[in-house]
Design a protein around this ligand. Structure first.
Ligand SMILES: Nc1ncnc2c1ncn2[C@@H]1O[C@H](COP(=O)(O)OP(=O)(O)OP(=O)(O)O)[C@@H](O)[C@H]1O
Ligand SMILES: [Mg+2]
Length: 365
């Protein structure tokens, strides 16, 4: 159930948040559109990567990364193959999938959340049992899945965490993707996919093997791997922009974004993740958590909330220390040791990191 009129949703869908940009792109777009698409692949890519339109509209970048990766993803969706976005946690798989669906179909909400408990009804259809019992099988008693709705309307369906779904349920997708039709034997009918229908799935590298995709299903997907940011500057750029976006949408009081503090958070994350200091001189142990870009974004956002509400309005080391500690120390025993060692051997020695070192010591006591 949706109540779009109030405009106070805690987290509006992409097509709501960026309605103005999407409308401007549709107006400006004179290139050919694949059947059922709201805009051309070129305009979708522009929406994702940002830029300035001829009429002066600023399109904000959503995904920060290689143009080619986005182009391949968009082009895939214009073919008869589905798109699988693969990558380690926090590489914006879900985020990109939402924005692709918003730009291509104008609707990012046809979503199946994959878990070990996802049942076939989530991909095919279910029944409203009260009606089924009262009236027998009828179209009115049928409860379509998001996939079925997407097929009927010619839109994109999103399947999150595909590899977590039990393999017999995954198999239901094979029919959908190869036949482009979903039979409903109870009603002696089928739902045929309309033009514009396709599927974007996401899967986490780390989950691979849990329910490895069957080769039959894999063949129906083009896989696009979303990389972790290659350089520290790229990662700082992502964190800085996303923190600013989030701060705006949460209406956090303005805190001058302290680039130095963001750089430090990203440096700590990258060094722990990669197991070596930025200068390549010292090895460090990696903790058990993933320390993704997404986590760096939330550490900084939390820091800004602390600084704005309880601090002096400037992001200080003490404001990010607790967040970093929480992100690093997932396993209270082994990760504590790793974190202590990093603080003593790396952070303590570093020029200008004195305040940060002390703030972290304070938290980890
Ligand atoms: N390259 C990037 N460009 C823009 N935003 C990014 C990028 N990388 C990460 N983010 C941000 O990180 C946050 C989390 O991303 P998201 O939830 O999509 O990750 P995910 O890959 O789906 O992770 P998981 O495997 O845990 O589901 C989002 O707010 C997203 O904006
Ligand atoms: Mg995700």
């Amino acid at each position: 159930m949706s109540h779009p009129a109030t405009g106070a949703a805690l987290r509006p869908h992409a097509e709501q948040s960026y309605a103005d940009e999407l409308a401007a792109l549709e107006r400006a777009d004179s290139r050919p559109r694949p059947p059922g698409w709201r805009m051309s692949p070129w305009a979708v890519t522009q929406y994702i990567l940002g830029g300035k339109l001829d009429d002066g509209t600023e399109i904000t970048p959503k995904y920060i990364g290689h143009r080619r990766v986005v182009e391949i993803a968009v082009a895939t969706l214009a073919t008869d193959r589905a798109l699988l976005l693969l990558g380690v946690p926090g590489t914006a798989k879900t985020w990109l999938s939402e924005h692709l669906a918003a730009a291509i179909s104008g609707d990012s909400t046809l979503l199946v959340q994959g878990t070990a408990g996802t049942a076939e009804e989530a991909i095919r259809y279910g029944w409203n049992y009260a009606r089924l019992l009262a009236e027998g099988p009828s179209e009115a008693a049928l409860v379509p899945s998001p996939v079925m709705t997407a097929m009927a309307d010619g839109r994109l369906a999103r399947v999150e965490e595909l590899t977590r779904i039990p393999s017999d349920v995954q198999d239901a997708l094979i029919t959908v993707l190869s036949e482009k039709a979903l039979p409903v034997p109870e009603l002696s009918m089928e739902v045929q996919a309309q033009r514009g229908f396709n599927v974007i799935a996401t899967a986490n590298d780390r989950d691979r093997g849990v329910n490895d995709l069957s080769s039959a299903l894999r063949r129906r997907f083009n896989t696009v791997v979303l990389p972790v940011p290659a350089t520290i500057d790229e990662e700082i750029d992502i964190v800085t922009r996303r923190v600013a976006d989030l701060g705006r949408s949460l209406e956090l009081p303005e805190v001058p974004t302290s680039l130095a503090e963001i750089r430090r958070v990203v440096t700590v994350f990258r060094e722990l993740r990669q197991g070596v200091t930025t200068d390549g001189k010292a090895k460090v142990k990696s903790p058990s958590g993933t320390l993704s870009t997404a986590e760096a974004i939330s550490v900084v956002t939390n820091g800004i909330a602390l600084a704005a509400h309880f601090g002096d309005g400037t992001l200080r080391p003490a404001d990010v220390a607790a967040g970093i500690h929480g992100a690093v120390v997932q396993d209270p025993v082994s990760d504590s040791v790793v974190w202590r060692e990093y603080l003593e051997t790396v952070a303590r020695e570093r020029d200008g990191w004195d305040g940060f070192y002390r703030a972290c010591r304070e938290v980890s006591r």
